[in-house]
Structures are given as C-alpha cells and as structure tokens.
Write a protein that binds this ligand. Structure first.
Ligand code: FAD
Ligand code: NAI
Length: 475
C-alpha cells in the first residue's frame, strides 16, 4: 500500500466495500484489472455488518424461541425458555466476523488493493482518501461509486442512539425493551418489530400509510396484517407522528390517527422510515456529477453516470435498496469496464421481507401488469392446502401467479408463507427466463414440499388446481 503525499495511478477504483463495491472489485480483478477498493468503515458494508446478515441471525434466533413455545401443539414441551441477549449478540457478531474474514480473503486472493479511509473527489480523474494517518491521492481511469445508504431521521426526532434508535442500534440493544415503538412498517420496521416481539417486548408499529405494504399484492399484505396481530404486534395504520417528549428514559409519542390526537409511551423508539443515499460527502460537484433532489445518482443500463469513466451502483442508484441488486450492478459495471457486452436488463429483482411468514416477490404485481396494458390471468393457492405446510405447523400464506392472458407468460410470482425467501427462486427464474405458466404447472414438484404450491398456483391460472375446489368445466 502506498502512503504519502503523492499520486498513485490506478486502472479501476471502487469506493465503498458493501455488497455492491466488493463484488465489483472482485469481478474487475477477475477480468485482469488493477483494482483499488476504498472503504471508510468495514468490509461488507451495511448488508454484512448492520443489515441483511445480523438481522437475519436475530430473526432466526427469535424465531427459534417462538417455535419452541409453539412446539407444545406437537407434543414437544419445553419449560423455562429464557433469552441471553449478550450470548445472542456474540453468536451473531461471530457469524458477521467470519463472513467479513471471507470477503477479505477473497479480495486478497484476487489481488485487490484495499485502502481504509474516506474518499472524495478533488478534480476530474482524481480522488483523495483520508486514512486518518495520511492523505492518499489516486488518479483513476475508471471509478465505481458504491457508497450505499444511511437511515433517515424524522424531523423533530433526531437519533440519540439511546432511546431514539436506528436499525444499527436495534441490532445491538443490550436489553430487550419493555415497549418498543417502531415508526414505519417497511422492511426494517416489520423485521425488527417481529424480532423484539418474539424476544418478549411489547411492540407497537406506527405507519403513515392507510394500508400495510401498499406496493405488495393485497392477498399477501392482508395475511401479514393478520399474522402480526396473531403474535401480538399492535399495528397502527394511517398514524402520523407529531412530536416526541423524552422524560425519565421514556419517550412519549404524540400522533394523529383519523384526525384524533393520541399518545403512547415506550422505552425505545425505532425510526425506520427509509434510507438516504451516501452521496453528499463525495464532493461530486468537483467532477460535475449531479444527483437528484434526494441525492440519488442516475445511471444508464451499463451503470455509467453522466461523467465519462464514472459508474454508480447499489443503494445510491434510485430503485430497490437490496444487496443482490447492488452486487448484480457491481458485476455489470466491472464487466462494462472490462469491455464486455453487459447491461442491467433484468425483468425481476426478487424482494424478500423476512417477516413471519416471509413475503417474497418477483416480477410484476397484478396492478403493475394491468397498468402496463396486460390482460392478466391470476392463479392463487393457499399454504393451508399443502401437506408439507401442515407438518411444519405453518399454514398461513398464499402463492399468487400473474400471467399474460394472451401469451401465457409468467409476469409475476408473489408468495407469503414459510420459506417464501427460498421458494421465490423458482418464481424469479420463471419471470426472468420468460417461462410460460405451463412450464411451472408441468414441472413435477416433489411431494410433500412447499414448492408444490407454486405448481398448484400455476394450475389455478387455468382453474385446474387439484387441492382446492375448482368447479367442473366441460372441455
Ligand atoms: P452499503 O452496503 O451501504 O455499502 C457502502 C459502503 O461504502 C459502506 O461500507 C460505507 O462505509 C462505504 N462508504 C460510504 N461512503 C464512503 C466514502 N466516502 N469513502 C469510502 N467508503 C465509503 N437487503 C437485502 O437484499 N436483503 C436483506 O435481507 C436486507 N436486510 C437489511 C436489513 C437492514 C437492517 C438494513 C438496514 C438493510 C438491509 N438490506 C437488505 C439492504 C442492504 O443492506 C443494502 O441494499 C445493501 O447493503 C446496499 O449495498 P451497497 O453496496 O450499495 O451499499
Ligand atoms: P421502507 O422504505 O421499506 O419503509 C418505510 C416505511 O415507513 C414506509 O412504509 C413508509 O410509509 C413509512 N413512513 C415514512 N415516514 C413515516 C412517518 N413519518 N411516520 C410513520 N411511517 C412513516 O424503509 P425501511 O424499512 O427503513 O428500509 C430501508 C431500506 O432497506 C428498504 O428500502 C429496503 O430495501 C432495505 N431493507 C431490506 C430488507 C430486506 O430485503 N429484507 C430488510 C430491511 C431493509
């Protein structure tokens, strides 16, 4: 590594080592590029350190506690279940450390030069990295921006990281709150609310929108609204936060619901109302790169920005803030730099909310397909009609398939149910490969398994599912 007040010329610089940046760096190195990857905090970014992995570890652990309590119906009786939160964190942090070590090894093996520090542009073609010990200057031919995002604050309620907390704080609480108030019923709010409810906290979620997850199929969000209630989460829809008053380590929230002012008090308030792109500290104006009013960078399908040689990927590009989208974009940017004919032309970016049950979607919703002018046919199949779901003791859920009535093409697959996060792989493949709904219906799904529900939902598009009643039609 070069330290000092001189400039190092590099073929490809990547700023940010999250799932976008580190994947881009590895792919670029695989293609023979000389790569420098700059990271101001930890390898793996939000996803690995403060997002996907630690949250899923906590979902699994809290889910296990919940399952053990539920197992009594199967005749398995465990008394005295207790939670050692510090042990849970130790286990979770151990997983994260191991995965981070794996990323480091991969970067080293691929010959990626790793620099820890905060990067910003000085002029076109040049960046400065503040490593705390020194300033390092780099001259680049190609540069991939992958600086990710951070949680948004609510005006009038800044994070104090003690009582008013963000998702990162929520993943490291030393004690289970008595009453966790969550503002925002998006992915973070639902996942973190479910974790702490299952660990024993009282949980209330305040959501501004009148409907839960308005962009998700209503057949799915209705199931979730029911199951959140079933585990004891109080969901307040159409609830507008007004103000907060903190006294004696208790936050009193004033909110409006149907024109009426109400309040509730909790020992922790998790603000989960979205994330904002990390583009303000890059000094983008020095290279003439503009962002939109919310700070997002615009790119074309090759991940190229309006400035030649500068690419942007991941959460800083408007769209779904998802790790696999960031990684996919990272590979494309690296391949375009490497002269390959790569482009982001995917039909489906699967999305998963690790709620209970899980929600997973790929492709168009019915409303989106109809808005785009498709005449659609829909197939539905409930999990409670699947033997495998019964044996799991997890029968809440539904599979929904949207197909083009004219061609039979699968336009969207939407699932709420146990293991929806894994099941959606078949749906994503169907949408991406332009499968006909018969390709799903005629694929033999092993019995008894959950994917049988996808085959039955595909059959249901033509009203021929077997394990739900379809009235006879003369053929
Ligand atoms: P990031 O992961 O944010 O990485 C950006 C990196 O850039 C950071 O390491 C940062 O330190 C670094 N950086 C920023 N500025 C600079 C600078 N000036 N100089 C040097 N380095 C800089 N997505 C999923 O797909 N599945 C999930 O289950 C999931 N769960 C989530 C749970 C939570 C609680 C949260 C908060 C997010 C979750 N996400 C999930 C979203 C996912 O984490 C992000 O979409 C993903 O991390 C974005 O990747 P990225 O590479 O664009 O940015
Ligand atoms: P989000 O955008 O998913 O949800 C925010 C919610 O807050 C929305 O429902 C919105 O209506 C509501 N809201 C906004 N302002 C409000 C207010 N003042 N009062 C009450 N409600 C308000 O954002 P979230 O949950 O913070 O997640 C950020 C990003 O992280 C998501 O876009 C997601 O892509 C990613 N993520 C992904 C996960 C996954 O893939 N499983 C898990 C967690 C996060």
């Amino acid at each position: 590594m070069v330290v000092g007040d001189f400039t190092q010329s590099v073929e490809t610089v990547v700023i940010g080592a999250g799932p976008g940046g580190y994947v881009a760096a590895i792919r670029a190195a695989q293609l023979g590029q000389e790569v420098v990857l700059i990271e101001k905090q930890l390898l793996g970014g939000v996803c690995l350190n403060w997002g996907c992995i630690p949250s899923k570890a906590m979902i699994e652990a809290s889910g296990l506690k919940h399952q053990i309590a539920k197992a009594a119906q199967m005749g398995i009786i465990v008394n005295d279940i207790s939670v050692d939160l510090s042990k849970l964190h130790q286990w979770k942090d151990g997983l994260v450390d191991r995965l981070r070590g794996g990323v480091k090894t991969l970067l080293e093996k691929n010959g990626v030069d790793l620099v820890y520090g905060k990067a910003a542009f000085t002029e076109p073609g040049k960046i400065l990295v503040d490593t705390k010990e020194a300033l390092q200057r780099f001259e680049y031919k190609n540069l991939i921006l992958a600086t990710g995002s951070t949680p948004v604050e609510i005006p009038g309620m800044p994070f104090d990281h003690k009582i008013i907390i963000d998702s990162t704080d929520a993943l490291a609480l030393k004690q289970i709150p008595e009453h966790l108030i969550v503002i925002g019923a998006g992915s973070v709010g639902i996942e973190m609310g479910t974790i702490y409810r299952k660990l024993g906290a009282e949980v209330t979620i305040l959501e501004l929108s009148e409907t839960l997850l308005p962009s998700v199929e209503p057949e799915l969000s209705q199931v979730l609204a029911r199951t959140l209630k079933k585990i004891g989460i109080k969901l307040l829809l159409g609830a507008k936060f007004e103000s907060v008053d903190i006294k004696n380590k208790l936050a009193k929230i004033l909110y409006t619901e149907k024109g009426e002012q109400k309040n509730l008090a909790g020992d922790k308030v998790l603000v989960a109302v979205g994330r904002t792109p990390n583009t303000s500290e890059l000094d983008l104006e020095r290279i003439g790169l503009e962002t939109d009013e919310r700070g997002f960078i615009e790119v074309n399908e090759k991940m190229q920005t309006s400035v030649e040689g500068v690419y942007a990927i991941g959460d800083i590009v408007k769209g779904m803030m998802l790790a696999h989208r960031a990684s996919h974009m990272g590979k494309i940017a690296a391949e375009v730099i490497g002269g390959k004919a790569a482009a982001f032309d995917n039909l489906a970016i699967p999305g998963v909310i690790f709620s209970d049950p899980e929600i997973a979607t790929a492709g168009l919703t019915q409303a989106e397909a109809e808005d785009q002018g498709y005449k659609v046919k829909v197939g539905l199949f409930p999990f409670r009609a699947l033997g495998r779901a019964m044996t799991l003791g997890e029968v809440d859920g539904v599979n929904k398939i949207i197909s083009d009535a004219e061609t039979g093409a699968v336009l969207g697959v939407h699932i709420i149910g146990p293991h929806a996060s894994d099941l959606i792989a078949e749906g994503a493949l169907a949408v991406e490969s332009g499968s006909h709904v018969d390709d799903l219906a005629l694929t033999i799904h092993a019995h008894p398994t959950l994917p049988e529900g996808i085959g039955e939902a595909a059959d249901d598009v033509e009203h021929k599912a077997i394990h739900i009643f379809n009235p006879p039609v003369k053929q």
